[in-house]
Design a protein around this ligand. Structure first.
Ligand code: HEM
Ligand SMILES: *[C@@H]1O[C@H](CO)[C@@H](O)[C@H](O)[C@H]1NC(C)=O
Ligand SMILES: *[C@@H]1O[C@H](CO)[C@@H](O)[C@H](O)[C@H]1NC(C)=O
Ligand SMILES: *[C@@H]1O[C@H](CO)[C@@H](O)[C@H](O)[C@H]1NC(C)=O
Ligand SMILES: *[C@@H]1O[C@H](CO)[C@@H](O)[C@H](O)[C@H]1NC(C)=O
Ligand SMILES: *[C@@H]1O[C@H](CO)[C@@H](O)[C@H](O)[C@H]1NC(C)=O
Ligand SMILES: *[C@@H]1O[C@H](CO)[C@@H](O)[C@H](O)[C@H]1NC(C)=O
Length: 193
């Protein structure tokens, strides 16, 4: 018990002192997207992402190439009191298929409460793909999409999803400000961001 508390305190201190995330709040939906990466020269690298959405958002997603088509997508949602996040890919403006080039890990620092859900995830394989990659420095375009239409089967990662009726679009973040030492990056996996 004592060790556990001590580790918790250290993780929190690291989180407060060390981590650098870039955050974008999309004004229409109020969904918040935060990203962090390790101090790497170039893709491929893991990406830590946190998506915070109001409860009436059924899914929210990031497109790593900026546009919907032909780049890794990660779609997150709440399943009752836990969070699921699903790697997808779209070759056309249709519901995207599951994508096996990306692995998504949902951390137990993800939360669901009366007003919001928060998906804290690690995305491996989302920073490079056939035809593109995410830069490790400077400004990059990302895509976002938000829906309030019900999922077909929220308990499963391959659930059908419906159109982003709330909105979709592009945003830019400066990856230079998202760079973390490996230890600070690793702490994101357990600290309550
Ligand atoms: C059922 C699932 C989906 C359907 C049916 C769908 C359909 C479409 C359609 C028809 C468009 C063309 C523009 C428009 O309608 O206004 C579009 C654009 C767009 N979608 Fe989706 N979409 C889906 C899921 C997603 C997901 C998961 C993302 C991830 C972020 C996404 C991101 C975007 C973006 C950023 C655009 C703007 C144009 C572009 O960048 O290509 N969509 N979508
Ligand atoms: C991933 O999907 C591609 C394209 O559908 C397929 O060729 C490949 O075998 C799949 N890889 C794995 C590990 O399932
Ligand atoms: C969350 O996961 C970490 C390791 O990944 C573990 O040490 C910790 O006990 C877990 N916390 C809860 C509340 O389950
Ligand atoms: C609910 O979760 C959101 C997102 O993490 C947080 O900002 C908010 O403070 C939480 N509300 C309560 C009452 O804990
Ligand atoms: C990104 O941030 C770095 C560090 O703050 C800054 O030097 C650089 O000019 C920024 N790049 C862009 C495109 O804003
Ligand atoms: C969610 O509820 C809030 C507060 O009632 C409302 O302003 C917002 O438009 C709703 N969003 C969606 C996606 O339905
Ligand atoms: C989805 O939520 C249900 C109900 O809480 C739970 O039994 C199930 O294990 C969850 N599924 C996943 C994949 O987490």
């Amino acid at each position: 018990m004592a060790i556990r508390l001590l580790l918790g305190a250290l993780a929190l201190a690291t989180a407060v002192c060390g981590q650098k995330l870039v955050t974008y709040v999309e004004p229409t939906s109020t969904v918040q997207y935060s990203l962090a990466i390790p101090e790497t020269a170039a893709a491929p690298f893991d990406v830590f992402a946190s998506i915070v959405a109001p409860s009436n958002v059924t899914w929210a997603a990031i497109a790593f190439g900026g546009c919907m088509l032909r780049s890794p997508l990660v779609v997150a949602w709440k399943n009752d009191t836990n969070i699921l996040a699903s790697p997808r890919w779209a070759d056309a403006y249709h519901p995207p298929d599951l994508y096996n080039g990306t692995t998504v890990t949902v951390f137990n620092t993800s939360t669901v409460n009366a007003t919001h859900w928060k998906a804290n995830i690690l995305v491996s394989g989302g920073s490079s793909w056939l035809g593109g990659s995410v830069k490790a420095f400077g400004s990059i375009p990302l895509g976002w999409a938000v829906s309030s239409l019900p999922l077909a089967a929220p308990a499963t990662i391959n659930s059908g999803i419906r159109y982003h009726n709330v909105g979709k679009g592009h945003f830019e973040v400066n990856m230079t400000n998202a760079r973390n030492t490996q230890s600070a990056f690793d702490a994101l996996k357990t600290s309550p961001i």
